[in-house]
Design a binder for this molecule. Structure first.
Ligand code: ADP
Ligand code: ADP
Ligand code: ZN
Length: 216
């Protein structure tokens, strides 16, 4: 069983790599960002609450996110393994995750993978990102364009630019990453399951590195 946590700044390629792993290793990708964006789209109470934080580039409160992940991890499709993409993002979330894995699910993380991309590259990645309005797949105008302009290769839906992928919000998200999330690298670094990968390389090269870690 493979249970992965992906760390890395916004735009590091967590979603892109998670998608590839999901299909090849047949485990589920759990993106807290996707869950929240779906809630915003359907207009649920969760969506209304989350939108305020997301639009400002801030983190949604820990207790809300922890509740979502706890419920999600208990669903049957997680039994083969999972990829946590975008969670945990704070020490409190990491501690809550440890607690639920141990006391509720009786399983362990197998890999914590940190994708390293310097701030200078993030702005170009995120301003050029286009996301599928239906399935959430990520494209890039320059680095990973869809086969047909503005149409998702996978499901044929329209591509959109995320509300929070504009320069001002990107800078705020990067600040939040450095202040609240980056320290998770230290939190996991002595676990014996922690791997750092250069995320600046071509997506295929990044994936090969990840694959070699997952299959060794
Ligand atoms: P990216 O992939 O660009 O890093 P995400 O899709 O993971 O962005 O997250 C988008 C937004 O959703 C975040 O800026 C934050 O407001 C909210 N969010 C997602 N995951 C979490 C989390 N684990 N804790 C708090 N807020 C979160
Ligand atoms: P995250 O989930 O970490 O926020 P994404 O996977 O959504 O990041 O990638 C952010 C943007 O950068 C997307 O437009 C994606 O197509 C592009 N991208 C992802 N990986 C790479 C890479 N290795 N090189 C260049 N661009 C990339
Ligand atoms: Zn799609």
């Amino acid at each position: 069983m493979i249970n992965i946590v992906f760390l890395g700044p916004p735009g590091a390629g967590k979603g892109t790599q998670s998608n590839k792993i999901e299909h090849e290793f047949n485990i589920v990708q759990i993106s807290t960002g996707d869950i929240l964006r779906n809630a915003v789209k359907t207009g649920s109470e969760l969506g209304k609450l989350a939108k305020k934080y997301m639009d400002e580039g801030k983190l949604v409160p820990d207790d809300v996110i922890i509740g979502i992940v706890k419920a999600r991890l208990q669903q049957d499709d997680c039994k083969n393994g999972f990829i946590l993409d975008g969670f945990p993002r704070t020490i409190a979330q990491a501690e809550a995750l440890d607690d639920m894995l141990k006391n509720d699910l009786n399983i362990e993380l197998t890999h914590i993978i940190a994708l390293e991309v310097p701030d200078e590259l993030i702005l170009e990645r995120l301003t050029g990102r286009r996301s599928c309005s239906k399935c959430g797949a990520a494209y890039h105008l320059k680095y990973n364009p869809p086969k047909v302009d503005n149409i998702c290769d996978i499901c044929g839906s329209n591509l959109v630019q995320r509300d929070d992928d504009k320069e001002e919000t990107i800078n705020k998200r990067l600040k939040v990453y450095h202040e609240q999330t980056e320290q998770l690298k230290t939190y996991y670094s002595n676990s014996g399951k922690y791997y750092e990968i250069d995320g600046t390389k071509h997506p295929d090269e990044v994936y090969e590195k990840i694959k070699s870690i997952l299959t060794k």
